[in-house]
Design a protein around this ligand. Structure first.
Ligand SMILES: NC(=O)CCC(=O)C(=O)O
Length: 262
């Protein structure tokens, strides 16, 4: 089976979780109707946006509300979720956390953003995660990372050398660096010979205009789906056999010489 993956490029309402849960519910219904996906991907911090100064009030306590919300939608529509990320409030800190939920509604994995993005003040309000983003969903060996993480090729490599064939990227990437977004994603796909499924947000907040241009890139570096800058949905079929074919044609994982890289 070749799973269909859909990215929901959302225009997130700043600091308004109630509105955003409601709009995600509507967009998921639309994505299911239009694209018939097996896996749905959401963007970064989709419940709150970058309203970091109010996280005490609006972050999700232990992510409980979001996990239940995604689990109910997963069961209702028989879809897996790479559930973007949300601000997760734990005892004395807040993380930027991604939840993976399968189509039976079961919670599979969580990953909290490792590299905090100082230009958007994350280091003042959030703490880094400590776990890798490796998981398997819909039969695909996968990794999940969050936005700024894509600037750290060694972090992505730490996942592909452990078997990841699909890299999910969830983001709130601003328009002035659209060129970096596309170039970095294409590079991560080509150098790791993996699918890259990158879900960005659309719209703006008080501090940034966001780039949209969610992308699905195959392991040869071809763009198979791309959104424009507006809110919308893109989808593509993922074929794990293509990863194997590209990796056997140019066997970079066999040819690596890590003993020389330190
Ligand atoms: N939300 C983010 O991590 C943004 C990262 C970004 O814009 C960059 O240029 O890197």
């Amino acid at each position: 089976m070749k799973p269909i993956i859909a990215c929901i490029q959302l225009d997130i309402k700043f600091g308004d979780p109630d509105f955003n849960y409601q709009q995600v519910e509507e967009k998921v219904a639309l994505a299911v109707e239009q694209e018939n996906p097996n896996i749905i991907v959401l963007p970064e911090l989709w419940t709150t946006g970058y309203d970091l100064t109010r996280l005490d009030e609006i972050a999700d306590h232990d992510g409980e509300k979001t996990k239940t919300f995604l689990s109910n939608l997963a069961k209702k529509y028989n879809v897996h979720f790479v559930g973007g990320s949300i601000a997760k409030k734990s005892k004395d800190s807040v993380t930027n956390t991604m939840y993976i939920v399968d189509n039976s509604g079961k919670f599979i994995h969580e990953y909290s953003k490792l590299h905090l993005f100082k230009l958007m003040d994350e280091h003042h309000f959030l703490v880094s995660g400590t776990e890798k983003g490796l998981f398997e969903i819909g039969g695909l060996k996968s990794a999940g990372v969050i936005c700024y993480d894509i600037r750290f090729p060694e972090w992505i490599r730490a996942h592909t050398t452990k078997g990841a064939e699909v890299l999910f990227v969830v983001a709130e990437w601003p328009m002035p660096r659209l060129h970096h977004w596309k170039t970095l994603l294409l590079s991560r796909a080509i150098e790791n010979q993996c699918y890259v499924v990158a879900c960005n947000r659309a719209g703006s907040d008080p501090n940034n205009e966001f780039a949209g241009h969610s992308l699905i890139i195959d392991p040869w570096g071809e763009i198979v789906a791309e959104a424009n800058e507006k809110a919308g949905i893109i989808s593509a079929e993922i074929d794990a056999e293509v990863v194997k074919k590209v990796r056997s044609q140019i066997p970079i994982f066999d040819d690596r010489l890590p003993q020389y890289y330190q």
